[in-house]
Design a protein around this ligand. Structure first.
Ligand SMILES: NC(=O)c1ccc[n+]([C@@H]2O[C@H](COP(=O)([O-])OP(=O)(O)OC[C@H]3O[C@@H](n4cnc5c(N)ncnc54)[C@H](OP(=O)(O)O)[C@@H]3O)[C@@H](O)[C@H]2O)c1
Length: 344
């Protein structure tokens, strides 16, 4: 088996792990000296064996001596809920470790250096692009030391998120709304301002076509000082709602990271979304555009600190997709001008 083929298998194995939570999805295969696959493993989430240790556990004592471990992420070098994978690989007598992407975590990185120090051959970068795109949000969070943040809104073609009376259910059609539920399911937390809860009474759950709850639910977070009525739908969410009594989004983001959230989905409304944009705390925009016009003053964003055109928040388009009659535009900061200066 070639390293590329083994890495593809490791990526498939990684997909068995949970898509949300603090830890990355990681897969590992072990090849014997002839290149035949002798074990496979993957990480099943916090507190369980890492992929390398899971794969090694399938072999008898001494079974990995002289073997090659092919793993999607650089083996970790720290003791968390489990011991360092670099030490487990060294102890098992593995001769070579092939991995795709380096671990950017301050505490967990450094596994490659430790392996080399112990005389293990280390090869990095195999299928790195594939693994980076698969690990995307987790890698951003690990590099930045804060959650990956997606800001979503649904608007008319003229950029309005509600009609004059504040009603906004439903601007987009069923296919777009279903995609929103999938994006919610892939998030650790879903964040809205008190204005949205008071206006729309959203349940903030991830639901399927028939309204059934999907298997993974994001934790609902409501930001603002005002109280929410006791009968609000968000109180019937499977996870207890977190109230963040602040207008400081940097403080909010620090708190969400501290709670273990790595993928945060901000669903508005315009006041909260604008605060994230102004603070340069957006990694991705998910903008659902409906072929309709609403006019009026309910704009998708309010003041984002753009006083003059030189301050504009340039974006680059990641993808454009038609969902029923609507469009989903995914975009990211263009890394130019002000966004770059602020390190977004
Ligand atoms: N189409 C869409 O995608 C979409 C999505 C969501 C909402 N909406 C619509 O948006 C409208 C509600 O708009 P909105 O702007 O009031 O909603 P919002 O952004 O959800 O809530 C605004 C409130 O959040 C609090 N807040 C939190 N962080 C803040 C900050 N950094 N700066 C200022 N305030 C902060 C403040 O409440 P406190 O006074 O409690 O502190 C503020 O009044 C509704 O008509 C709703 O239907 C549309």
């Amino acid at each position: 088996m070639t390293w590329d083929a083994a890495m593809r298998t490791a990526i498939e194995l990684a997909h068995n792990g949970p898509a949300t939570g603090v830890n990355p999805r990681v897969g590992c295969v072990i090849l014997d000296e002839s290149g035949a696959m002798i074990a496979e493993g993957w990480h099943r989430g916090v507190g369980t064996a890492h992929a390398e240790v899971d794969a090694l556990s399938k072999l008898p004592d001494g079974g990995a001596r002289g073997a090659t471990a092919v793993v999607t992420l650089e083996p970790c070098n720290h003791t968390g809920h489990t011991g360092p994978c670099s030490e487990a690989l060294i102890a098992a007598g593995v001769a070579r470790v092939v991995y795709a992407v380096s671990d950017p975590g301050h505490a967990s990185g450094g596994g490659a250096a430790r392996l080399r120090e112990a005389g293990v051959e280390v090869v990095s970068g195999v299928l790195a692009v594939e693994v980076e795109s698969f690990l995307g949000d987790w890698l951003t969070a690990a590099k930045l030391g804060r959650p990956h943040i997606t800001v979503k809104w649904a608007s008319s073609l003229d950029g309005r998120t509600a009609a004059a009376d504040g009603t906004s259910k439903w601007i987009t059609g069923a296919a777009a709304r279903q995609r929103v539920h999938e994006q919610r399911e892939a998030s650790d937390a879903i964040v809205v301002g008190t204005g949205t809860v008071l206006a729309d009474d959203p349940s903030l759950t991830a639901r399927g076509d028939a309204g059934e709850l999907l298997s993974t639910q994001p934790t609902p977070v409501v930001v603002g000082m005002r109280a929410i009525p006791r009968e609000a739908a968000v109180f019937r969410h499977p996870h207890p709602v977190i109230f963040e009594g602040t207008h400081d989004v940097a403080e909010l983001v620090r708190d969400l990271h501290g709670r273990g959230f790595r993928r945060v989905y901000v669903e508005g409304g315009p006041t909260l979304a604008s605060a994230f944009v102004e603070a340069s705390l957006v990694d991705e925009y998910a903008i659902y555009l409906a072929p309709t016009l609403l006019g009026g003053g309910h704009l998708a964003l309010g003041d984002i600190g753009v006083a003059t055109i030189a301050d504009q928040r340039a974006l680059r388009i990641l993808s454009v997709e038609q969902l029923g009659a609507d469009l989903l535009i995914r975009a990211a900061p263009a890394q130019t001008g002000r966004a770059q200066k602020e390190g977004n």
